[in-house]
Design a protein around this ligand. Structure first.
Ligand code: GLU
Length: 253
């Protein structure tokens, strides 16, 4: 078995990450992956900080670490593959326009006009088209219970973002496949993403790992911890002379 811890270097790791790392590294053999495809938010100095903080907490991982920003071409190839099979469509809508109506493919003539006007667009997965390719219900194994994905309940998600050309969904499923991940251990806040990952795996003929969604560490007021709450970063706790053991104990819910 093989799992992975896959933080995004968008800020310093906080107690919630210490908890997530303990879950993943404690589950079994575990890789570290840096999910930094979003160049608008990720910074190299946060990647270095991730290594330092995880090392200080006492985790170790095999080298080399997979750094997603170095594999953009592989993700674009997946998008091209889906595109060539007619499973994607261009979406020119802005976030505000999507509030009024769900995304839908446009007539060819309108697409051409918009392309000529150099309007930016995202690539969306057409669930309708997917329904012709895979079964209408897919199953996957979750450590809690076996789960069913009902395609009719899914939305046409963005798989190629306007700004970066690719997306989390494509990068994460591609890398779980290429790194032979057998168990995906991640926070319960990703549970709604998993059906889309299972769908992409079926479309691409990739194996579906077993999923384990662990409980999230919540603040005292019940809110999820986030990078905005810098008072709980691992480094600030370290600077306040806490030991790694104390920080890991604090991070256990
Ligand atoms: N990169 C995601 C994060 O920063 C984790 C995604 C996953 O584990 O699938 O939380």
């Amino acid at each position: 078995m093989l799992t992975r811890f896959a933080p995004s270097p968008t800020g310093y790791l906080h107690l919630g990450h210490a908890h997530a790392a303990a879950q993943a590294f404690g589950f079994g053999p575990c890789l570290l992956r840096i999910e930094d495809i979003d160049k608008t938010r990720c910074r190299p100095e946060y990647r270095t900080a991730i290594y330092q903080d995880l090392d200080w907490l006492g985790f170790d991982w095999p080298i080399p670490v997979r750094i997603q920003s170095q594999h953009r071409g592989a993700y674009l190839d997946v998008i091209d593959n889906l595109k060539e099979r007619g499973l994607l469509y261009r979406c020119f809508k802005t976030r505000a326009q999507l509030q009024d109506a769900p995304p839908a493919p446009l007539p060819e003539a309108e697409i051409q006009t918009r392309l000529e006007n150099k309007e930016p667009f995202a690539w969306r997965l057409s669930i309708e088209k997917c329904q012709a390719r895979v079964k209408s219900t897919l199953t996957y194994e979750d450590t809690e219970q076996d789960k069913t994905v009902d395609l009719s309940q899914l939305d046409d998600i963005v798989v190629g973002r306007k700004d970066i050309g690719t997306s989390y969904h494509i990068a994460v499923t591609h890398d779980d496949m290429i790194q032979n991940i057998t168990h995906v251990v991640r926070g319960a806040d990703f549970i709604d993403q998993t059906p889309y990952h299972v769908l992409i795996q079926h479309l691409m003929g990739w194996p579906t790992p077993i999923y384990h969604h662990h409980a999230l560490l919540l603040r005292d007021d019940g809110e999820k911890l986030s990078k905005r709450h810098s008072d709980t970063t691992i480094r600030s706790l370290r600077e306040n002379s806490l030991t790694a053991r104390q920080v890991l104990d604090m991070s256990a819910p």
